[in-house]
Design a protein around this ligand. Structure first.
Ligand code: GDP
Length: 473
């Protein structure tokens, strides 16, 4: 508050009262979020320009010229219900020579691997299957995955976690390919799976829809090549490109402390090329890249876009989903790391403010609110469907109400992660959050509203959208 006052050359009480008119009780030393800053500054005739995300130091990002962009490999996450064959699929692709020319399977687990197909094209797989890991990364602001393979076992049904995976992928806006697995099994009924998907409005291609699907056996290795070809086809549509000729940027996939080698950090390069000797800043850790290894345990000197490597040299273990940058100056990198650590301590782990029903009115008033995302959990299917329907119908021209995930059952940590990643509120109808979900929601500041009357839930959301809720309370 005081910094803003002096920047704009107005008095501190003026800033404080501007904040108050927005419903924010600010003190002199209060840190304001980006949105509040913008509005308050506007009131005094200033326009705010952000040089980086909130709480992040400005690190000069090199602009890419169109002619510098080259094709890059798609990065794929495998999701689906437990026991439907996610791990088997990842293991098969890892171990077998699906792959032309590359000798020897991949034996190491570094959190991601990249395979080459016969046509010379590559696909990178994230080696932690499941939508929880995927959404946890998104909740930290990282969207590494370009497309999802949803595995459904043909001797089973489309299950709750299949639906959850679909909703998580859709909330992230990434394309899906369906791998209908276990077709080697007696009693496998792939057509029934397609029918069940159709009931969810997911039409696969042979049903006249847009979603590619492939019947496979992950165990026997049937049709895996065909599946991978479909991944490439889907990726082509996405026109994935990156500039390899600049300082690397990317995302941390996992990190561990190895007794002999120190911190081992697996990263995926998004743009640029990472080289041994580079000065890396990841989360609030830094270091010079001492060595890098690919998923075959082979030392490499450099890694370009979409390539995963495990690197040695950081002075700590950043979290999965943290961004990394390469900087020119080691002192500068250390300085930023220290400031980030301080900031994190000050603010707790929270980095982003999430929506609550009470806040909607204010956000609408300032015109930056267009979508209300809701995650809906209930005790029985009928009421979940009815409530979802009524909530979506509250959509107006100005605000769309999206039920991004609905299901029967308790509110879980995975729901909270999805809410964090998609800035959603959680509505529970006759269900409560699990202990873990409640704790995570508190930490991430995700609003969970519990109702036992459908009408009350609808009224609350409606009032919130009309900006009435705070007046009522
Ligand atoms: P995940 O929980 O989705 O990772 O599932 P897993 O990959 O661990 O597989 C669960 C079980 O299904 C294991 O016993 C696998 O051997 C088996 N399985 C996976 N894929 C196939 C398949 O294509 N055919 C058959 N018959 N069994 C499979």
């Amino acid at each position: 508050v005081s910094d803003l006052a002096s920047l704009m050359d107005v008095s501190i009480p003026e800033i404080i009262s501007a904040c108050m008119s927005l419903g924010i009780m600010a003190s002199i030393n209060q840190r304001l979020d980006g949105e509040t800053l913008t509005i308050v500054a506007e009131e005094f005739g200033y326009e705010v320009e952000f040089t980086s995300a909130e709480g992040q130091e400005a690190i000069a990002v090199e602009e890419d010229k169109p002619e510098d962009l080259q094709d890059r490999a798609p990065i794929v996450t495998v999701m689906g219900h437990v026991d439907h064959g996610k791990t088997s699929l990842l293991d098969y692709i890892r171990k077998e020579n699906v792959i032309g020319g590359e000798a020897g399977g991949i034996t190491q687990h570094i959190g991601a691997y990249s395979v080459e197909l016969e046509n010379g094209k590559r696909i990178t797989f994230l080696d932690t299957p499941g939508h929880e890991a995927f959404t946890a990364m998104r909740a930290r602001g990282a969207q590494v995955t370009d497309l999802a393979i949803i595995v459904v076992a043909a001797d089973d049904d489309v299950m709750p976690q299949t639906k959850e995976a679909i909703n998580h992928a859709q909330a992230a806006g990434i394309p899906m390919i369906f791998a209908i697995n276990k077709i080697d099994k007696e009693g496998a009924k792939p057509e029934r799976i397609k029918e069940q998907l159709a009931q969810m409005n997911i039409l696969v291609e042979d049903w006249g829809g847009k979603f590619q699907s492939q019947e496979i056996s992950a165990k026997k290795g049937l049709n895996i090549e065909e599946l991978l070809e479909k991944v490439l086809l889907e990726a082509e549509v996405l026109e994935l490109k990156a500039n390899p000729d600049k300082n690397a940027i990317g995302t941390v996939i996992e990190s561990t402390l190895d007794k002999g080698r120190g911190y081992v950090t697996t990263i995926i390069v998004e743009g640029g090329t990472l080289n041994v000797g580079d000065i890396v800043l990841a989360g609030h850790y830094t270091g010079r890249v001492k060595a890098m290894y690919n998923e075959r345990g082979v030392a490499v000197k450099s890694a370009g876009p979409s390539i995963p490597v495990s690197m040695l040299g950081l002075n700590g273990a950043p979290s999965a989903g943290d961004r990394f940058n390469v900087l020119k100056d080691e002192r500068e990198a250390r300085g930023i790391a220290t400031r980030r650590e301080q900031l994190q301590r000050e603010q707790g782990v929270r980095t982003q403010k999430h929506i609550t029903l009470d806040e909607i009115g204010r956000r609408i008033a300032i015109g930056d609110f267009k979508e209300l995302n809701i995650i809906l959990k209930g005790d029985v299917d009928g009421s979940v469907e009815a409530l979802a329907d009524s909530l979506q119908k509250l959509s107006t021209e100005k605000i769309a109400v999206n039920v991004i995930h609905k299901a029967v059952g308790q509110i879980t940590e995975s729901d909270v992660l999805l809410a964090t990643a998609s800035d959603a509120i959680i509505v529970g109808f006759q269900v409560r959050p699990s202990g873990g979900a409640r704790r995570l929601a508190e930490k991430e500041e995700i609003q969970i509203k519990i109702y036992s009357i459908i009408y009350a839930a609808i009224e609350d959301v409606k009032d919130a959208m009309e900006g009435m809720l705070s007046a009522k309370i």
